[in-house]
Structure formats: C-alpha cells, structure tokens
Ligand binder design. Structure first.
Ligand SMILES: Nc1ncnc2c1ncn2[C@@H]1O[C@H](COP(=O)(O)OP(=O)(O)OP(=O)(O)O)[C@@H](O)[C@H]1O
Ligand SMILES: [Mg+2]
Length: 367
C-alpha cells in the first residue's frame, strides 16, 4: 500500500518540455485518473512514476520515500498498457509467471499468486493459450492479471481500454473499478476520455500542456471547474460558451450580449464585476431547456432561436442551434419530432450559469 507524492516534477525532452513542474499527492488506496488532451503529458508523468523515464527535475515519493533513482523493478509499481505488452510466444500462464520467476520467488508462492489473479479475473479457461488466440478484452485481462500477480503497491494504467469496442470498454471499466475497490491498491489511471475519468475516479487530475489545470472529485471538476478549459473539457456534449459584457442596472449585475440578458447572482459570483467588463458565460446543454420539453428551471431567461439540426439518442434529443454566430447544443429530455428550421423558445437556467474572465480564462466566483 502506498501514497504517491510528486513535487515540481519536470520532464524535458531535448528542447521540448513535456511536463512543466507539476505537484500532487495521491492518498493510499485511492483511484486517481489523469485526463487531458493528446500530448498534454499524461503518459510521460505515468512513465516517470513507473521508472520507465528518468525524472528531469523534481521529486517523486512513494510512501514518503524518495524514489527518483530507484530502478523500476524495485519501486513496487506495476503498469498496464494500451497495447497489453504480453509476450507473444508465451502462454497465458507463462506470461503471468514470468516476472515472478525473474524475482526467484518460491514455486508455491508463484502458484498462489497466479491462482489468485486467475480467480479474480476469471481467466482460468485460457491459461494454455497464446495471446494471439485471445480476444482484445481477454488479452487486457491477462495484462491486468500479470500486474496483480506482482502484488504491487501502486497500479499504473495507461489507456488500457482504448483498443476495445465501446460495450466491452464499459464492462471492463466497471471491472477495473470493482477490482481496485477489492484489492485496495493505490491506482493511477490515464485516459483522454473524460467520461472514463468521470465514471472511474475518486480524484480527477485535469492536465493540459504539461501542467495541471485542476485536481478534484468528479463532482467538483464538473460543478466548479477552475477555468474555461476544464469547463469545456469535462462534460459531454461540452459546455456552451457565450461572449458578453457586464451591465449594471439599478444595482443588479447582468451578463449581456445582443441575444440575452442574464442576472448575475452576487452571492455566487461576488460583487467585483465592473460595468463593461468582458466576460464569457457558460451553460451546459442540460441547462438550456427547450421550453415545455423538460424540467422548467426555477429561474430562467428565455431566448428564441431556430433549431438547425437534431440528434435523436433515444432517451433524449440533442438540438443544435445558434445565437448570432455562436452555435450551441441543448438537451431535450422529452423528445418530439422537430422540424429543421423550427423556431423554439429555450429556457437558460440562470442558477446554473458559469462565468469566466475573458483574459485569464479563470472561473469567476465569490471570494
Ligand atoms: N520520447 C520522447 N521524445 C520526445 N518527446 C516526447 C517523447 N515522449 C513524449 N514526448 C512529447 O511529450 C509530450 C507529452 O507526451 P505524452 O505521451 O506524455 O502525452 P499524453 O498526454 O500521454 O498524450 P496521448 O493522450 O496522446 O497519449 C508530447 O508533446 C510528446 O510529443
Ligand atoms: Mg499517452
């Protein structure tokens, strides 16, 4: 069992900086998901923790012990890759036993660990097969089995499910979560898929361009995004953004642009917003309710515009519209057929509005 602490961690490749001095502390037994767009430094961070990449600057501690210069095999971590990385010429059983034999563990110990992993992952039926004789999901199970056999202090997963089809991915995702709960091993999981991050994580770490944009529970990063990037990255379809300015009239602040005028609640956003300041408002698709086709918000601003396209998903329909040149997506919970080009009224949920500083991108909040 182990906590993972990283201080000012940097990775430099020649003239490129892949990780720009990040800090985090992962509590023992937790499941932390690193999420962010391609190239933001997720794999690099994981590989430094695994000891597969050297650390350029900063400190890595496992259970408080500095391990920057400890070789990978002595760190007590086990990594599972997207590509499975199984030995193709070995049977499943041999794949599971391989690193344990390298460690020169007694035969009885090897057998006990392998049979434990086999029963946890239910891979007993194909122990004598080669990886090429397995499906993608079965291979991924074997790869996880191999990690479990090593009884690591920390599991590291790098996009382990991205080669699987959507249904199997959902299934394996739930399995990984159950496994982690059961084995109680500190786990770091990397993905670029924000839905995977939201559903798996105890704690989400959102990265971009080699830095951490926000760390928090799935609910925190969804409800209280630190900035416009996180707000747009977490949530699907993504949050809609509208540009505008602050208007103060009769002591009340408003977010205004040519299409809407939304009161700003000083309790949520503070009373520091000056008249004329450029701000961005954000509304998630579920917070723009086609009038009469969902739960009416307690406090709403109505905007009328055309529906350009609809996407029927069965349990709901996504409506694509625009205000000026700004496109937005809304969610219709009580579907009916919509004619393309039909004009509808949309209730923008005032209590669910987010505001961002145009210059910094930071979320605006009361102090
Ligand atoms: N061995 C390397 N040499 C030089 N640059 C590298 C090397 N490995 C990664 N990089 C660069 O470091 C940055 C971060 O890469 P990394 O693989 O960590 O991204 P990632 O977040 O895992 O992305 P993805 O979601 O695509 O896997 C990228 O700009 C990448 O080009
Ligand atoms: Mg990667």
């Amino acid at each position: 069992m182990a906590s993972v602490t990283v201080t000012d961690l940097v990775k430099v490749y020649g003239r490129d900086i892949a990780v720009r001095g990040i800090n985090f502390e992962i509590p023992d037994k937790s499941l932390v998901v690193f999420v962010g767009p391609s190239g933001c430094g997720k794999s690099t961070t994981l590989r430094m923790i695994a000891g597969l990449e050297s650390i350029s600057h900063g400190e890595l501690r496992l259970d408080g012990q500095l391990v920057n210069n400890v070789p990978s095999r002595d760190r007590g971590v086990a990594m599972v890759f997207q590509s499975y990385a199984l030995y193709p010429h070995m049977s499943v059983r041999q794949n599971l036993e391989f690193s344990l034999k390298l460690e020169k563990l007694p035969r009885s110990e090897i057998e006990a660990r392998v049979s434990h992993a086999v029963s946890v992952l239910q891979i007993g039926d194909y122990l004598d097969r080669k990886p090429s004789q397995l499906s993608g999901g079965q291979r991924q199970r074997v790869a996880m089995g191999r990690a479990i056999c090593r009884e690591p202090k920390v599991f590291l997963f790098d996009e382990p499910l991205s080669n699987l089809d959507a249904k199997l991915r959902n299934h394996m995702r739930a399995e990984i979560k159950r496994l982690q709960r059961r084995l109680q091993v500190t786990t770091i999981y990397v993905t670029h898929d924000q839905i995977e991050a939201m559903t798996l994580a105890d704690i989400i770490v959102v990265m971009r361009n080699g830095i951490i944009e926000q760390t928090g529970s799935p609910l925190e990063v969804f409800e209280r995004p630190a900035n416009k990037f996180v707000a747009g990255f977490i949530g699907s379809p993504q949050m809609n953004f509208f540009d505008g300015t602050v208007e103060i009239a009769d002591g009340t602040r408003y977010f205004t642009n040519p299409h809407m005028r939304v009161p700003i609640d000083d309790e949520r956003f503070g009373d520091g917003l000056a008249q004329g300041k450029a701000i961005t408002a954000g509304f998630r698709p579920e917070d723009i309710v086609p009038h009469g086709h969902g739960v009416e918000p307690k406090s709403a601003v109505e905007v009328r515009t055309k529906v350009d396209i609809t996407e029927m998903l069965g349990n709901e329909t996504l409506l694509f519209s625009a205000l000026g040149d700004r496109e937005f997506i809304s969610r219709m919970q009580q579907p009916r057929m919509i004619d393309p080009g039909e004009t509808m009224a949309f209730d923008f949920n005032v209590e669910r509005m987010h505001l961002f500083d145009v210059e910094t991108g930071s979320s605006i909040r009361a102090a």
